[in-house]
Design a protein around this ligand. Structure first.
Ligand code: GLP
Length: 242
């Protein structure tokens, strides 16, 4: 079930998403957090950092699981999702490094890396999963056509996604990795609560497919129609086709 909230600005969208996150942090002891990369959740992470600094909200005993990672680049690559999470959140809160889980995209045995990540994830209950959405309707790196029953796996990235993400790789699509390791759609669906953030007109079609479209692997995010508790926070442009 979707609870759709539409706000005017990115700051307001982030503040609204933070309210959902804070509700979980305040009502549960040490909830397991599912985290996402991309520009969409950056404002939410800034709110979490501010709350940690000003209100002392502690992440000392909190375990986190990220959604995905590029394959074939080292962890300390400036565009790895491991680096992104440290630069945008982990370096500024008190979550111990050993509690942080980001899939490893640079191991020789990728299938084993995926199976090991899924096993670790499955032994926890994610209280809240943060999501963005790709302009092709992907969540995490589950691209169109990815089965709804998928668990953590290696996914070839679409041309659309690689071109969307080229802006982080000197605008050069050839530098964007061709595959990623990602939680599957079934992995994501196990989270108790989901907060999905989308802003900008280039997300409007995907948001419409997710909420109003048929449930189809052509729009991977449409699987969320079956989830009991999804808050979708949008700006007006992303909501424009609803
Ligand atoms: C990437 C990530 C997704 C993210 C999406 C949208 O490809 N794998 O998890 O939701 O892109 O990114 P952005 O929020 O920057 O638009």
């Amino acid at each position: 079930m979707f609870n759709v909230i539409v706000k005017d600005t990115y700051e307001e969208v982030s503040a609204e998403a933070f309210k959902v996150m804070k509700g979980v942090l305040d009502s549960q002891k040490d909830p397991v957090l599912g985290l996402a990369t991309g520009s969409s959740p950056v404002g939410l992470y800034q709110e979490m950092i501010k709350d940690h600094k000003e209100n002392g909200t502690s992440y000392k005993n909190i375990i986190t699981f990220n959604l995905d990672e590029y394959c074939g680049i080292p962890r300390d690559h400036e565009q790895s999702y491991w680096t992104f999470m440290h630069e945008n959140l982990f370096n500024f809160i008190d979550c111990p490094e050993e509690n942080i889980h980001v899939p490893q995209g640079n191991l020789a045995d990728e299938e084993k890396a995926a199976a090991d990540y899924e096993a670790a994830l499955a032994s926890h209950e994610v209280a809240i999963q943060v999501l963005g959405i790709g302009s092709d309707g992907h969540i995490a790196f589950n691209e169109p056509g990815c089965p709804f029953d998928s668990v953590t796996h290696i996914m070839p990235l679409t041309e659309q996604t690689r071109s969307d993400n080229a802006r982080f790789f000197d605008g050069d699509i050839n530098q964007v990795p061709k595959t990623a390791i990602t939680q599957g759609l079934a992995s994501i669906m196990r989270a108790k609560k989901i907060v999905l953030i989308a802003t900008g007109a280039n997300k409007a079609e995907a948001v419409k497919g997710m909420i109003n479209g048929p449930k189809t692997t052509d729009c991977p995010a449409s699987i969320l129609q079956d989830h009991a508790d999804v808050t979708v926070v949008l700006d007006k442009a992303a909501a424009s086709l609803l």
